[in-house]
Ligand binder design. Structure first.
Ligand SMILES: Nc1ncnc2c1ncn2[C@@H]1O[C@H](COP(=O)(O)OP(=O)(O)OP(=O)(O)O)[C@@H](O)[C@H]1O
Ligand SMILES: [Mg+2]
Length: 382
C-alpha cells in the first residue's frame, strides 16, 4: 500500500464528514436546562429562612409573635396570611418578622404517633426479688386506681405519681408495666431524652397532648423513662436548646399540678440519675414517692434466675445456689442474659438440655461484657 493512497483516503473521510448538528442542538438544550436547575438550586441556598413562631395575639393589623427562645415581638401581618388565630404556628420573615403564613393547624399534631401506647401483659410473678417495691407500688398506684372510694372515705389523697430510681436493668420498667397490667390501664410511654432530641420546639406541646391522651384513655399510667433528661438541675440556661428543655419541663410540672390525684391518671418517672434530678420534680404533690430499685441480693437473684430458666430444661447437676453465688452484683437483666447465653452454649453443641458448664461459661461471658461496660460508665446511681 503506498502512502499517497492512504492520505487521499483520510482526506476524503475528513471532507465527507458533515457534523450531525441535531446532536449538538440536543446537547446545548440539555446544558441550558442543567444550568437553569443549578441556578434554581443556588437561589434556594441564598434565600433567608423563615422563622417558626407562635402567634400570641392579633391586634387589628398587627400581631404579637413569640419566638422559640421566648422573646415576643409586635409585627406586621402580610396580606397573604389568612385565618390567623392566637395559638397558631406561623412562618415569619426573618428580618422584621412579618407574618407570612400560617403553618398547620396546631391540632393536626397526632400525639399517638409519637408515644408508645399499649396494654402490657406483665404479671407480678414475672418480677423477682422486688417484693418491697411491689408492695409500695400496689399501695400508691394500684389501690387508688382500683378503689378510689376507699381514699375518699378515709379522706386522704394518694400520690399522683412515683419515681423509680436505681441502676439499669433492675426491673423498673417491668414494675411500671406490671402495675399497668394489674389495673388494666393504658400504658403511655415517653422517653425524656427523645422528647429533648426529636421534638425540638414541640416538647412542651407533646407533654400537653400526652396528658390529654392519658385522660382520654383513662385509667392510664404515663411512664416517663429517663426523666432526668428533662428534669435535671441546670446550672445556667444558656443555649436555646436548654431553654427549650426547660420549657418542656415547666409544662410537665404544670400538667402534674393541673390534675387531681384521683383522676385515674398516674405518673411513673424513671431514672438512673436521681442525683442530678431537679428537686421541683419530686416536691410534695408531684412525683413525691421515691422508690429505689437496686441490684438484687442473693435471694432476689435466685428468684430472678428461677423466673428466666422456667422454660429451660436444666440438667440435674445445675445448682442454682452455685450460680447465685457466682453472680454477685449482677442486675436482673444480666441474670436473664446468663440464661440466654447458657441456652446458646447448649444449642452450639446440639443439645436442648442445659448443663452446669453452660451456665459457668455464660456467667463468664456476661461478666466480661459487664467489665467493659463498667469501665465505660462509672457508677452514678441512686
Ligand atoms: N427483678 C427482675 N425480675 C425479673 N426480670 C428482671 C428483673 N430485672 C430485670 N429483669 C429482666 O431484665 C429486663 C430489663 O429490665 P427493665 O427494663 O425492667 O430494667 P430497667 O430497670 O427499666 O432498666 P433501665 O434503667 O436500663 O431502663 C427485663 O425485661 C427482664 O427480662
Ligand atoms: Mg427501663
Amino acid at each position: 500500500m503506498d502512502g499517497n493512497n492512504t492520505k487521499e483516503k483520510i482526506d476524503n473521510l475528513i471532507y465527507s464528514y458533515t457534523p450531525d448538528m441535531s446532536g449538538l442542538v440536543e446537547e446545548n438544550r440539555f446544558l441550558r436546562e442543567t444550568l437553569e436547575n443549578v441556578k434554581k438550586e443556588l437561589d434556594k441556598f441564598k434565600k433567608t429562612p423563615l422563622l417558626l413562631c407562635e402567634l400570641k395575639e392579633i391586634m387589628q393589623d398587627k400581631a404579637v409573635v413569640r419566638l422559640q427562645n421566648g422573646n415576643e415581638f409586635l409585627v406586621e401581618i402580610s396580606s397573604e396570611a389568612k385565618d390567623l388565630k392566637p395559638g397558631d404556628t406561623v412562618l415569619s420573615e426573618q428580618k422584621n418578622l412579618t407574618v407570612i403564613k400560617k403553618v398547620t393547624p396546631t391540632k393536626s399534631f397526632n400525639v399517638e404517633k409519637f408515644v408508645i401506647l399499649e396494654k402490657p401483659k406483665i404479671t407480678w410473678d414475672e418480677i423477682g426479688g422486688l417484693d418491697q417495691q411491689e408492695q409500695e407500688i400496689k399501695e400508691v398506684i394500684e389501690l387508688p386506681l382500683l378503689k378510689p372510694e376507699l381514699f375518699k372515705k378515709v379522706g386522704i389523697q394518694p400520690p399522683k405519681g412515683i419515681l423509680l430510681h436505681g441502676p439499669p436493668g433492675t426491673g423498673k420498667t417491668l414494675l411500671a408495666k406490671a402495675v399497668a397490667a394489674s389495673t388494666h390501664s393504658s400504658f403511655i410511654e415517653i422517653v425524656g431524652s427523645e422528647l429533648v432530641q426529636k421534638f425540638i420546639g414541640e416538647g412542651a406541646k407533646l407533654v400537653r397532648e400526652v396528658f390529654e391522651l392519658a385522660r382520654e384513655k383513662a385509667p392510664s399510667i404515663i411512664f416517663i423513662d429517663e426523666i432526668d433528661a428533662l428534669a435535671s438541675v441546670r446550672i445556667e440556661i444558656g443555649t436555646s436548646g436548654e431553654r427549650e428543655v426547660q420549657r418542656t419541663f415547666m409544662q410537665l410540672l404544670a400538667e402534674i399540678d393541673g390534675f387531681k390525684s384521683l383522676d385515674n391518671v398516674k405518673i411513673i418517672g424513671c431514672t438512673n440519675r436521681k442525683d442530678i434530678l431537679d428537686p421541683a420534680m419530686i416536691r410534695p404533690g408531684r412525683l413525691d414517692r421515691l422508690i429505689f430499685v437496686d441490684n438484687p441480693n442473693d435471694e432476689g437473684r435466685k428468684e430472678i434466675f428461677k423466673i428466666h430458666s422456667r422454660n429451660m430444661k436444666l440438667d440435674r447437676k445445675v445448682k442454682i445456689d452455685d450460680i447465685v453465688k457466682k453472680t454477685k452484683g449482677f442486675s436482673g437483666a444480666e441474670i436473664k442474659a446468663v440464661c440466654t447465653e447458657a441456652g446458646y452454649f447448649a444449642i452450639r453443641e446440639n443439645r436442648t438440655k442445659i448443663l452446669a458448664r453452660d451456665f459457668d461459661r455464660a456467667v463468664q461471658k456476661v461478666l466480661e461484657q459487664k467489665e467493659v461496660q463498667d469501665q465505660g460508665n462509672p457508677a452514678m446511681f441512686g
